[in-house]
Design a protein around this ligand. Sequence first.
Ligand code: HEC
Ligand code: HEC
Length: 81
Amino acid sequence: MIKTKDFHFLIMVVVVVGLLTVLYLTGRPRYLSRTQPHLAAASDAECFTCHDDGKVFPMAKEHPLRKKNCRQCHRFERPKG
Ligand code: HEC
Ligand code: HEC
């Protein structure tokens, strides 16, 4: 018989691993192109002027839930070499 204590530990392990997986999948960086607007824009408000619904390049429906602190996930790719 598996002890209740061990069972709780197992559940905790599964929960923690699951959470990290979700964070990994949604927190992947998606690099910005080095175009003028991206080089210049710093605040979320500036990003929204082009990437909100109905603008030049709206975010996809399946865009990760978090729609603030854009720069946390969207950075410039480090130059190669
Ligand atoms: C003046 C309009 C404008 C502003 C401001 C702007 N973008 Fe963009 N963005 C674009 C356009 C147009 C594209 C598509 C062409 C390209 O990739 O350069 C794009 C593409 C992107 C992409 C997709 C790149 C890809 O590979 O699919 C991301 C992510 C992005 N922008 C994030 C941001 C973030 C974050 C900000 C704020 C710091 C921002 N943008 C500000 C116009 C803008
Ligand atoms: C939690 C991380 C995260 C944050 C915060 C975030 N994004 Fe994204 N974004 C992504 C990922 C991952 C993708 C790629 C989605 C895909 O390929 O299906 C993406 C894709 C995009 C794209 C490309 C078009 C699309 O929807 O696939 C644009 C434009 C964009 N994001 C703009 C923004 C803006 C503007 C903000 C801030 C208001 C923002 N993002 C905040 C993770 C994030």
